[in-house]
Design a protein around this ligand. Structure first.
Ligand SMILES: [Zn+2]
Length: 474
């Protein structure tokens, strides 16, 4: 008999995001991290230290970075210290866009209380501009996979993988995409990451990430990133060029600005107004008015990820069951953190499968993480739903985008999501920041209106959730 234990956690860290997954058999272990950052530093540090205490492995198999906002990456250095990462998945976001993200973050300083300013702010700046440099030792020799914007090529609903029967549990976990194409020199220079010592590939949204154990496909990681329009790309390019032009004398060679030069120049910017003016000027030049309204919401390209349990998939699909394997028993347990300790079981689900008969109550572990994606405009929502179309009725947990920002989700999205649970990650200690007020009342209203209120799990400084799941194969 083979047992696979799965654990997924949305950690309680406040305004930011920190999500981890672990799969374990008797002989093998696979750990992934999806973002690690927060503007509540003491809570973040405390949670990271707890994770490290439990998770003593020195190898992280997979690091996924949804995007380069500080509240998603500023914990990575502490989290990964002394560890090595084998594979990294990140969105294909060029240096010009990352400079806009950093300028935007710099502009936010007026709104954040000084006590909340990161004491290691230089590390955070560097992580935004070039995480490969900020995490150079930890990422040494890792393979990088950069996910490009979706070209709306649908996922194959019937894709099949040749699976031999699971004979023993000696198989090691392994993660790979279906087919890899290396980055060419142009793409490499557009990205501008300076410290990639391993392989670097580009990934399209319809290429599925496959986690296997031995010959068996255990988990699919299905990514999605919105494709930027030409105007949006021009806008980022324009911001970057005018920023460099305005500050030419700060660079030794302004054609190849170093990270240190970029950081020290941006640090000299005082106040949000100068940055806002730079954005407005660029928006006017490329004749785009979107950014003038939403000037502080620039991160339009975060990566979404669905982790999808292939074992359930095969069980649920009558075409496949029986011929693949028997699953003898399976339980899922969802626990919520209460005052930062996990001790409060919320739901307990059990099902038993025997020769094709189902019994009991099934909760799967399929979770769709949206990070800070913008899923507001009708075309954005429809493209996103279309991408995950085949999976939508099999999702247990859905993350409300962008900490419940009103700029990032809409009633159309919420009415189409019929997951068992939804969650919002936000900071209760940051509600005072008027500009964000995450989660927004309008979004909460939409959640109530669409009948999702009772499904809501809050994830903040004092609350998170853990989903554990054990599968036995005969
Ligand atoms: Zn965020």
């Amino acid at each position: 008999m083979v047992n696979i234990q799965q654990t997924f956690k949305a950690h309680p860290i406040g305004q930011g995001f920190f999500y981890t997954g672990q799969l374990k058999t008797k002989n093998s272990e696979f750990n992934f991290i999806f973002d690690c950052g927060s503007l509540s530093f003491s809570v973040l540090n405390d949670t990271i230290d707890r994770y490290r205490a439990i998770q003593s492995t020195t190898e992280i198999d997979l690091l996924i970075i949804s995007h380069f906002d500080a509240d998603h990456i500023n914990g990575l250095k502490r989290l990964l210290e002394g560890k090595t990462v084998k594979k990294v998945v990140a969105p294909f976001i060029g240096l010009d866009q990352r400079i806009s993200i950093l300028l935007n973050f710099r502009g936010d300083f007026d709104q954040i209380r000084p006590s909340n300013i990161d004491p290691k702010i230089d590390d955070t700046f560097l992580s935004i501009i070039d995480f490969t440099e900020a995490l150079k030792d930890e990422l040494e020799g890792a393979d990088f996979y950069f996910v490009e914007g979706s070209d709306n090529k649908p996922l194959d609903p019937n894709y099949a993988i040749n699976i031999e029967k699971l004979t023993n549990d000696s198989g090691e976990f392994d993660f790979n995409f279906e087919g890899n194409e290396s980055l060419n020199d142009d793409e490499k220079s557009k990205l501008g990451f300076k410290s990639i010592s391993g392989n670097a590939f580009k990934i399209k949204c319809h290429q599925i990430g496959l986690l296997t154990s031995g010959a068996v496909n255990i988990l699919d990681l299905i990514f999605y990133k919105k494709k930027l329009g030409e105007q949006e790309n021009e806008f980022y390019n324009e911001v970057f060029n005018s920023f460099i032009n305005e500050n030419k004398k700060c660079f030794k060679d302004y054609n190849i600005p170093t990270s240190e030069e970029l950081i020290s120049t941006i640090k000299k910017y005082k106040g949000a107004k100068k940055i806002k003016d730079l954005f407005i000027k660029a928006a006017k030049k490329v004749e785009i008015d979107l950014f003038i309204k939403e000037i502080t919401n620039l991160n339009t390209t975060a990566l979404c990820m669905l982790h999808f349990d292939r074992l359930h998939h095969f069980c649920l699909n009558s075409k496949n069951f029986g011929s693949i394997r028997h699953i003898d028993g399976n339980y899922n347990l969802i626990q919520v953190y209460n005052k930062r300790e996990i001790n409060n079981p919320l739901i307990y689900g059990f099902y038993h499968y025997h020769r094709g008969f189902w019994d009991g109550y099934l909760i799967n572990s399929n979770t769709l993480l949206t990070a800070d994606s913008f899923l507001k405009e009708e075309n954005e929502v429809l493209a996103f739903l279309n991408h995950y179309n085949f999976y939508l009725d099999k999702i247990a947990f859905f993350q409300i985008p962008h900490h419940g920002s009103r700029h990032s989700s809409d009633i159309l999205l919420l009415s189409q999501i019929n997951s068992s649970y939804i969650f919002i990650n936000y900071g209760v200690n940051h509600r005072f920041i008027k500009k964000w007020s995450h989660p927004n009342n309008e979004v909460i209203n939409n959640i109530i209106t669409t009948g999702n209120a009772s499904k809501l799990i809050p994830v903040h400084e004092y609350s998170g959730f853990k989903l554990s799941n054990e599968i036995h194969f005969m």
